[in-house]
Ligand binder design. Structure first.
Ligand code: SF4
Length: 369
């Protein structure tokens, strides 16, 4: 993966005592570091032209105010996978044309990393300790890529040792990067899943700008598996185009040739989803993207998706190709309706808790590492 390029680092006063500040100083010491009293969005909103793209060039380090741990909002009418999220950064230095953050963070696009790691750990500890009978699956990639900034911030390296010791949690890092070097000498003790969002190289070249290649993602996954991390793969967003079947089959073959599927925690499938607002932004930022053409229908949750029969056909084919090699691997659909679940798998989870429990039963055991 190419090195990221930043123009400067802006630090909120008081964040200089954070281990993240120390890491940024060490890895980005050639840049100008400016300490300011408060972080606003003025710089971002005053940029002309591609404001969202420009925001990715300045890295902010600031204190996070409010709760770190939140229930994943899911999507209206869809079966949810009982997921919690921790946001340790906001926005992403990579730039996929379909990224929903372009709409979600339109008014708060600054690329921010949060400095108060101790507060994050204290809050997680209070929640996990108070509910030892509940098994938590916690993601970190809701409003950022979990690992893209890791070579600079060392954030994940700071928090893994805490989560590795907890009996009732699975921490998921979700990424399109290959930035795993800083993780390989830690012992995750079965408590950390690194999940890669996967697409054929053709889709990566056209629509996943600045991300790691398919080969780089797979090599990083192999290294993480060797180092004792659990793995997940998210074939999401699946894109339908002439020849997609052959490209997706080849990608699956490469994946299963590189990693041991028996140790996979789960695979997820999801198709391209776009709100009307995201489509408007994409038309401005990526007017030539093929993702703006093709027929889609507006679903009850306000997102455009391919017609239901096409979605079902795509999921069934993927499930068939996966099952040929990995007959017992857990597969779930991301943000899909009960009807689609039933047509693809012959059942739909009764409730989101059931789906969450199906995803991680074997890790709800005492740690023996
Ligand atoms: S890697 Fe994820 S968060 Fe980053 S731009 Fe792409 S879709 Fe958005």
């Amino acid at each position: 993966m190419k090195h990221l390029h930043f123009d400067e680092v802006i630090v909120e006063s008081g964040s200089e005592s954070s281990p993240i500040y120390r890491n940024l100083r060490r890895t980005l010491g050639h840049l100008s570091f400016k300490v300011v009293d408060g972080i606003g969005t003025e710089r971002v909103t005053s940029e002309r032209g591609d404001r969202f793209g420009a925001a990715k060039k300045t890295l902010y380090l600031a204190r996070h105010r409010g709760d770190f741990l939140k229930k994943c909002p899911g999507s209206e009418g869809q079966v949810c996978c009982n997921y919690f999220v921790i946001n340790f950064a906001s926005n992403c230095p990579m730039d996929c044309s379909y990224c929903y953050l372009q709409e979600y963070l339109a008014d708060n696009a600054a690329l921010k990393v949060f400095s108060n790691v101790n507060d994050l750990i204290d809050e997680a500890d209070r929640t996990l300790a108070r509910h030892r009978g509940v098994f938590f699956r916690i993601g970190t990639g809701e409003i950022t890529d979990s690992l893209a900034l890791e070579p600079y911030t060392g954030m994940v390296r700071e928090i893994i040792p805490y989560f590795a010791e907890q009996p009732n949690v699975l921490l998921e890092l979700k990424t399109k990067s290959d930035s795993v070097d800083g993780l390989l000498d830690l012992n995750p003790k079965g408590r950390v899943v690194v999940g890669w969002s996967m697409n054929p190289q053709k889709v990566i070249d056209l629509d996943e700008h600045g991300t790691a290649s398919l080969g780089e993602r797979l090599e990083a996954a192999r290294l993480c598996q060797e180092a004792g991390y659990r793995l997940g793969f998210h074939f999401d967003p699946m894109i339908e185009y002439p020849g997609w079947e052959s490209d997706y089959q080849t990608m699956l073959e490469q994946t299963f040739a590189t990693i041991d599927w028996r140790k996979l925690s789960w695979l997820s499938l999801g198709v391209l989803r776009q709100t009307p607002g995201l489509k408007r932004t994409m038309r401005e930022r990526y007017p030539k993207s093929d993702l703006l053409t093709g027929e889609q229908v507006l679903c009850p949750d306000g997102k455009f998706r391919y017609f239901q029969p096409l979605r079902v056909e795509m999921y069934r084919k993927m499930v068939r190709w996966i099952r040929r090699v990995a007959p017992t691997v857990k597969i779930y659909l991301c943000m899909e309706s009960r009807e689609v679940w039933e047509q693809v798998f012959g059942f739909a989870p009764a409730c989101e808790k059931e789906l969450g429990n199906q995803m991680a039963p074997e890790v709800q055991q005492p740690i023996h590492a």
